[in-house]
Write a protein that binds this ligand. Sequence first.
Ligand code: SF4
Length: 389
Amino acid sequence: MACSRCVRFCDEVSKTGELRLMNRGDHTTIDTFAGRELDNAYSVNTVDICPVGALTSRDFRFQARAWFLRDSESVCPGCATGCNIDVSVYDQVELSDYNGQAYRIRPRENDAVNKSWMCDAGRDVYTRINSNRIDQPFAHGIEVSWDGAISRAHKLLHGATEIPGSVVGVLGFDCTNEEAYLFARMMREVFGTSQVALLASRPLQQGDDLLIDADPHANRRGVEAVIGDAAVGDVAEYLKGAQGVIVLGADPRHYMHASAIRDAFSGIKQQVVFSATVTEATEGAAIVLPTSSFLEKEGTWINRDGRIQRLFRGSRGHGESREDVVALAAFAQAFVETWTERSAIDAFDELVADHQGPFGGLTYDAIGKLGVETQTAASSTDVLKGATS
Ligand code: SF4
C-alpha cells in the first residue's frame, strides 16, 4: 500500500520534503532521497497518519501493549502553544508496577490550536510524568510524612508570620491559573505578603512558524493575568533579606537566572519548595513537598493566543505526591486553621469572581475539551515568537 499520506505531510505540513514514492507499479516504495533522513521537528506525525502501521515510532516501539494503555485527554506542557494531546497511560490493576506510567503522547484534534499535529519534542514530555519525580515529603533531606513536613515548616516559618512581608513567594510559569490564584491568596492572607515573584523554569528556545513557540512554558500568559500588578519587578531585590521563602513550580537556583537572583535566594534560611520533580531548589530546601505532574491534576492554562484550556486528571499521583491545590491548602491550614481546601474547580470559580476582566463570564464546563478564548493581555514573550534566546 502506498497512499502517500506521509509524503504529503512532509511536502505540505512540515514543508521539509524528505519522503518520496520511489519506483513504479508494484515496485513502488516509500523512501528518502539518497543521503537524507526523515528528520524534521514534526516527523512522528507520519506515524499517526499511516493507515496501515507501516511507519512506527522508535521511542514507543515494543515498549507497551497498546491494548493495555488508556488514553487521557490533556494539553502539552512543552511550550506556550498548548497543543491538545492524548497521553497513553498503563492501566492494568494486575500489573501494578507499571500502573500510572505514561508511555506515549499523540496529538488530539483541535482546529483552533494544533489541528491534528504536534511536534516531536512535545511527544517526549511524558518523561515529566515518569522521571525525576519526588515521591515523598522531605525535611532537611530526610523522608518524612506530610504531617511531619508541614509541622516542621510551621515551626520554621511561624515566627516570620509575625512580621508581614518577611516570607516571600516565588511562582513558576507552568503552574495552573488556579494554583497561581491560591498561591497569591495564601501569600497575602497567611503571610501578609502582597507581591509574588514570577520566574521562568527554562530558557527561551527556537520557535517556528508552525507550532513550536519560543516560550517553553505552558501558562506564562495565564500566570501573568492572574498575578497582574502583584508581580514584582526586581526579583533579586524582593528576595534579598527575606526570612523565609515559599516556592511553587519554580527553580530560583537554576543556572539560567541571574547570579543576583540565585544568590539572594540562597541567602534565605527557611526555604519551602513545592515541586513535582527534583530541581536545584529542592536539593537545597529545608522542606520539600511533592506535587503533581500535568497529568495528575485538574486546572487550566492559557496558551499564547489567549485560549484557556483544561487539564484533566488522567493518572494517580506518584508516591505520596498531592495535587498542588490540595498541598497548598494543607500547608496554609497549619498557619490559619480556617483556611479552606478548594478543588481546582472551586478555585477557578473564585478566580473568575475576582478577575472579571480577563476571565469574565467563564465557567469550567464552558471551557470543555477544546478550550475558549479569553480577554487576557498578550504575555511578555509574544513579541519573541521565533526568537532563539
Ligand atoms: S508545539 Fe509546543 S505545545 Fe505543541 S507539541 Fe510541541 S512542545 Fe507541545
